[in-house]
Design a protein around this ligand. Sequence first.
Ligand SMILES: NC(=O)c1ccc[n+]([C@@H]2O[C@H](COP(=O)([O-])OP(=O)(O)OC[C@H]3O[C@@H](n4cnc5c(N)ncnc54)[C@H](O)[C@@H]3O)[C@@H](O)[C@H]2O)c1
Length: 396
Amino acid sequence: MSNRPLNVGLVGGGKGAFIVHPHQKAIHFDGTRRVVAGALFPDPKIALEEAANWPYPIKGYGSYDEMIKANATLPEAEKLDYILIVTPNFVHYDPAMKAMKAGIAVFCEKPLCLNLKEANDLVKASRKLNVPFCVAHTYLGHWTSRLSRYIVRSGLLGDIRWVDSYYIQGWLATKLEATGQQQATWRVDPKRAGGSGCGGDIGTHALMQLRYVTGLEISQLSAQLETFVEGRMLDDHFTIYCKLNNGARALVRASQVCIGHKNDLGIEVAGTKGTLRWRQEDPECVTIHLPNQPDRVYWRGAVSAGDGFLPKDMPADLLAEPTIPAGHPEAFHDAFARLHRCFEADVRKWKDGKAFDTDGAKYATVADGWSGIAFIETCVKSSQKKGAWTNMPKGI
Ligand SMILES: NC(=O)c1ccc[n+]([C@@H]2O[C@H](COP(=O)([O-])OP(=O)(O)OC[C@H]3O[C@@H](n4cnc5c(N)ncnc54)[C@H](O)[C@@H]3O)[C@@H](O)[C@H]2O)c1
């Protein structure tokens, strides 16, 4: 394809919506992608008004069905290259499936969808139709997550024994949904959020961080899904003890009721030679603990290969990925931008009829999204049986 910017269509994002805003900034980050259209709200009239009031000109549609159908009639240079789905979880499956069938790539928010049946269908369709599909597990986009993955997967910490992967928040410590707060109301409703509230919303991020950094999979788990706020329909506290496929153990935990915690996502990986620690609220560095040595703190953009811990032959693309010099901090928006940038590279390859990556090294794929849904369903089953050890389904 030509080097014109990729055209992105939004599904969701009108009237006080949250996550569309970091995404749309990330889309425009490099000048090589732009938002050109949107079906921003379920009510067609409001959807059009919201599009007319968007901060820069976009083509508004009354519904995503209309936007996807209209795409077929547009000249090549105006066609959507991918859609971004930023609706509540119950409106992920349908637009994703329709876009793939219309030959449009999909960048979908997490969790992938509502249940394993939908997840199976989406994986099968993306494979059959050969369409690039990213699931927005934001924190994979931090350069320091990339470095953590390299350190753990290249065996620098020895054999992995223990992983603690967590996402702790406090914003739902009271019954916020009773006030009508937009982001809270659908997140505590099983019909719109899925089988687990806290687990689906943020436990899936903790799971993905574990899988991305370590390359290990959960084989069995024992889950406790708890609801501390009276009258809430879904869990707001989520604690999962896991057996990993290399024999290691892990805790994947999440909470929405720990007052004071904001977006406290992090991971600790303990191996036979050392331990790695990383937190997204402090995302510019990774700390390595080695026995009888001072701690090593690796800052994004200031890493030297062959320093006595990191090997000389570190991958050049890993070292090249930061966008600005160390000390000018990257954060949440940069992580989103890195995901969109890597997805763009695959969409361009796909448009040129070339093979694109589906290995999950640069962003979470639809198969990773499937793992998140399989995890949630297994956790719900185990918790209903008072934490009985339950097998995770094998991958798809
Ligand atoms: N990756 C992350 O870090 C992250 C962070 C927050 C939210 N999320 C995910 O993003 C999604 C949206 O979350 P949010 O907090 O932004 O929700 P939100 O309630 O703030 O926004 C949802 C938007 O979708 C719109 N919408 C609903 N149904 C629609 C339809 N049929 N057609 C068009 N628009 C429709 C709503 O009007 C609203 O504009 C969820 O799946 C959530 O899990 C991910």
